[in-house]
Write a protein that binds this ligand. Sequence first.
Ligand code: CAA
Length: 291
Amino acid sequence: MPVHGIKNVCVVGAGNMGHQIALCFAIAGYQVKCTDINPEVLKKAEEFADRYLPERVAKGKMSEEVARQARANLSFTLDLKEAAADADVVVEAIIEKLDAKRELFARLDEICPPHTILATNSSFIVSSKIATATRRPEKVCNMHFFNPALVMKLVEVVKGPHTAQETAQIILDLARDIGKVPVLLQKEIYGFLVNRILSAITHEALYLYDMGIASHEDIDRAVELALGHPMGPFRLMDLTGIDLSYYIAMERYRETGDPAHKPSPVIVEKFVKKEWGRKTGKGFYDYSDAK
Ligand code: CAA
């Protein structure tokens, strides 16, 4: 049941995260327009929706009616203006580059009605760095989903110093309404909660790998079988994207100047070779047979 009168949601960026975030909203009953600048990415997102919803029905996890309605709620367009012009909330899930996000938010500020909330799904960029590109900083915040967004329950909502209490409250309620469990960060901090904790584990795993102490398969096995994590750190990097691991490390290094935060040699190597994990068919593991 839509909350705070919100009906229309726009998701900008149909990649690894955006296509599933769009589906989360569509399944919950919101009208969703999903947009991307890359026609191939948009086509893949649409194909995923066309495959995913019938699969849920076939598995007995979703009624035919919910699946039919969800698909009807969801549309895809290359035209940002068309996607965002009537949005009550925009969730941005584009590349993790600050300049690109600022440019997009400035455009969204022009396109969207004054009441529209602009949220970023960035994994680590705090919204105060983006909000100043708009004339509505009080309506800008972080709404951070986890991969795969259709499965993972948590959403981090980060309230910047510019974010109105009302904006944070609406996004918290919206997250609950789509079946997620939100946590509120009252202050901005790099990496939020989860990625700070995750990066400590990943950093150590990469150190052990780069030192030649154990293979990535054995490090994953150790974390999965001894700590009960569903995926070891290497399998998880393949899921979230090695490009993302690279950008996160580079940004943290830039912010702190601490060489300890530089991307590890194997991350640099894989970033340059475009071995970015599942999305490119190869990362630490091979996915050439995957759909
Ligand atoms: N997209 C959508 N649904 C998926 C999926 C995907 N890529 N992968 C699995 N699923 C669904 C399956 O359909 C299945 O659903 P049902 O049980 O309802 O039928 C369910 O997830 C379990 O799938 P599987 O049995 O195939 O596989 P699994 O039990 O190994 O679970 C997993 C897969 C959910 C991905 C699990 O391995 C897991 O939880 N991994 C850890 C994920 C994680 O840590 N995510 C956070 C990453 S950090 C992040 O995202 C932050 C950031 O900013 C980068």
